[in-house]
Design a binder for this molecule. Sequence first.
Ligand SMILES: N[C@@H](CCC(=O)N[C@@H](CS)C(=O)NCC(=O)O)C(=O)O
Length: 212
Amino acid sequence: MILHGYFRSSAAYRVRIALNLKGLQVEHRFVHLRRGEQRAHGYLGLNPQGFVPTLEVGERCLTQSLAIIEYLEERHPLPPLLPPGAEDRAWVRAIALAIACDIHPIDNLRVLQYLERTLGVDAAQRDAWYAHWIREGFTAIEAQLASRAPAKFCFGDEPTLADVCLVPQVANARRVSLDLAPFARIRAINEACLALPAFDRARPEKQEDAEQ
Ligand SMILES: N[C@@H](CCC(=O)N[C@@H](CS)C(=O)NCC(=O)O)C(=O)O
């Protein structure tokens, strides 16, 4: 398998964590998003949306981080990233989707570039936008986490898809210096995750293409 990613992409970070948790090796190829390589003709042939990640599996190109992770889950069920009960699986997916569908897309590079280049927003306003949507999303997720008994991870004592999405979003929050003090559970879960080698090795700063 070949993973096309970028060290700072939180969607690619999710896939790196899932691969590591499942003990799967891939070849890494790097798409420099700041240089616009995601819009190069060759790459659009792999991923017509012009996003990372893309996972090449033989002749097939899989796109969308959550679809890729669900594929890995189906092909390599152990260790599971979803709990056994249908309601519990829905709960875990809801946290993952709150991040992947509601928080992350409006802070994506192309959205930030549109704010700056087309709407004339300055860097401070851009970062305020970024932090605002994470703060709003994390407020809801913190309440969802608080509705369950305290646990090491989002759901129980093993990491799930929810943690796979949460940790990269916390990394993004830190990049814009969002005050995480109100989010005690999120902070504790993030620390517990990063203590695991699978999460630690997936950190942006530990990737081959990492820059300052
Ligand atoms: N929903 C997609 C989002 C992918 C995505 O937004 N990737 C970002 C990096 S985190 C990207 O490639 N952005 C390129 C751009 O905005 O031009 C997924 O989960 O895979």
